[in-house]
Write a protein that binds this ligand. Structure first.
Ligand SMILES: Nc1ncnc2c1ncn2[C@@H]1O[C@H](COP(=O)(O)OP(=O)(O)OP(=O)(O)O)[C@@H](O)[C@H]1O
Ligand SMILES: [Mg+2]
Length: 219
């Protein structure tokens, strides 16, 4: 909202006008400090709103600009290994077993390494959120070479699942069902996957779990 900005401008304008009038009248009466107090309060509000806006804009920019991918040949087993190390603490805290599988074990994918990492981290974090409170939380990260030279990467969890009425919304920017969610994860993942020439699909059953599947053409 720009309301606080407007009112600050008004208060500041008033402040200037009145102090000029006071000076011209030679009146020393200090009405200025009271106005300054108002202005200070308004500034505080602007500061807070501004911070919220900055967060919003920075999230929005993350979404709006997936840079042009710089593809390299990635050894998927190594990518998975790195992610497992990166998320080790979160996995430990959530007491989640992350099982990684790569078939064939030397499977390679041509993609932007940093972007693929970001996409998979987002999917794995969603999976970790989803299995919270499940009796035997499990997350599988798999890569396989399928018919038609398609490389499939799946993130599967046995978590809460996605309600049927939400399935269409999960890729919509800022859609979230989480208290502290920003709702940019899935739309970012979709953009990254597309930019790297892949497709994304989601299969979910409430109470059973969710599988997100990325499919890339093997070059
Ligand atoms: N594996 C999953 N299991 C259950 N629900 C999921 C899963 N992945 C996504 N969702 C649903 O899709 C919504 C959007 O996910 P998305 O990653 O875009 O945002 P978020 O996780 O809420 O916030 P953040 O921006 O921090 O990632 C989630 O709020 C959740 O309702
Ligand atoms: Mg998320």
């Amino acid at each position: 909202s720009v309301t606080p900005l407007t009112s600050l401008a008004e208060t500041a304008g008033q402040c200037v006008a009145e102090s000029r009038a006071l000076l011209e009248a030679g009146d020393e009466a200090a009405r200025v400090p009271a106005l300054l107090e108002d202005a200070g309060e308004a500034l505080g509000i602007i500061g807070k709103r501004g911070q919220g806006l900055v967060r919003f804009v920075s999230n929005y920019r993350k979404l709006a600009r997936v840079p042009k991918p710089v593809p390299t040949v990635l050894e998927l087993r190594q990518v998975f290994h790195r992610l497992q190390e990166l998320l080790a603490e979160a996995l430990h805290k959530a007491a989640v077993d992350l099982v990684c599988e790569c078939r064939p074990s030397n499977l390679q994918l041509v993609a932007d390494e940093e972007q693929l990492d970001r996409a998979l981290i987002n999917l794995l974090r969603n999976a970790l959120d989803a299995v919270q409170g499940q009796p035997q939380p499990q997350v599988h990260l798999r890569a396989s070479l399928e018919e038609g030279a398609v490389i499939s990467i799946t993130v599967q969890d046995n978590g809460c699942g996605i309600a049927a009425e939400h399935l269409d919304s999960i890729f919509v920017p800022f859609f979230t069902t989480k208290r502290n969610g920003s709702g940019i994860g899935m739309s970012l993942v979709k953009q990254i996957v597309r930019a790297n020439g892949g497709r994304i699909g989601v299969d979910s059953t409430p109470g059973v779990g969710t599988t997100v599947r990325l499919a890339f053409r093997q070059y």
